[in-house]
Design a protein around this ligand. Structure first.
Ligand code: PMP
Length: 283
């Protein structure tokens, strides 16, 4: 198979492939001072790209890095990068910041050593056929124990082990709880449930990424006349749901077709949420 096409803007130029950027002396490689964001380009549109470009800068600041590009500059660079691709396969747009050096005693990142790159790579939009999910024994950290206010790479080994554990039991994805045992999110997306026509999703409490797609879907569903309630939700609530679906930049709105032993049909509300998102994205 031909490798997926990718382009990275770094130090003022566009490079194809996977340019080597980190050495063993890089703070980012040693102590994980890396933040990133993920947006999409598909069918000629890039929904909420401005939000993703703003969030990467907030994530950088949360880790003590110093953003070196404005959100508007990142957005413009993404527009340039998209034009470099030879085909029209969907693209994942990934701005990143990292620290090259440590500060005093090496633990802190030296903000003056902040580096930036913008990596774009082909990543086809998957059909939203749905996925199975099981409650993870691993939890989402609270803001007191991890930088959950950033989309930081250091949070993902926790998501990774949750997903591996779920997959070892035959499920696609993990439903992660917060430190109080309430539902937070999946390994890498936000989670919604439907009961008697009302849509529910966990209220942001610092334990999960309150995603840009989540925000957009809430707004679109409310505009379409659906009641959407943000509240503390339990595993039991999800077990008794009529429908479950997830949101995230990668695949947008995807139904959950199995939660623990319960099978779900891809339901009308999830379908409406996806259609509303796609209609808005293309408008
Ligand atoms: N939670 C986590 C842990 C994620 O990695 C993502 C994907 N960025 C999301 C939620 C969904 O966020 P967004 O809609 O902003 O992509």
């Amino acid at each position: 198979a031909t490798p997926l096409e990718s382009w990275t803007f770094v130090d003022g130029e566009w490079l194809s492939g996977n340019p080597p950027l980190l050495g063993p002396m890089s703070h980012a490689m040693w102590l994980a001072s890396v933040v990133f964001d993920g947006a999409r380009w598909f069918d000629g549109v890039s929904p909420d790209l401005d939000m993703h470009c703003q969030r990467i800068n907030r994530s950088a600041e949360a880790l003590g890095l110093k953003p070196t590009r404005t959100a508007e500059e990142i957005e413009a660079l993404a527009g340039e990068g998209i034009k470099k691709f030879s085909g029209d396969t969907a693209i994942y747009i990934k701005p990143m910041y990292w620290a090259e050096k440590g500060g005093f005693m090496g633990v802190t990142a030296d903000p003056a050593s902040t580096r930036f790159c913008l990596c774009l790579f082909e990543s086809p939009m998957l059909e939203a056929t749905g996925f199975s999910m099981t409650v993870s024994p691993f939890r989402r950290p609270s803001i007191e124990v991890a930088p959950t206010n950033a989309k930081a790479a250091c949070l993902y080994p926790n998501s990774g082990r949750a997903m591996r554990e779920a997959q070892s039991r035959g499920y696609h994805n993990a439903l992660m709880l917060d430190m109080n045992g309430n539902v937070a999110e999946t390994a890498a997306s936000n989670i919604f449930m439907v009961k008697d026509g009302v849509v529910f999703t966990p209220i942001p409490n610092g334990s999960f990424l309150a995603g840009i797609t989540r925000h957009r879907v809430i707004e679109l569903m409310r505009a379409a006349g659906t009641e959407v309630v943000e509240k503390t939700l339990s595993v039991q609530d999800f077990l008794e749901a009529d429908e479950i679906f997830s949101t995230g930049n990668h695949s947008k709105v995807v139904p959950v077709t199995k939660f623990e032993d319960r099978e779900f049909q891809a339901g009308p509300v999830a379908r409406l949420a996806r259609e509303a998102y796609m209609d808005w994205a293309h408008s």
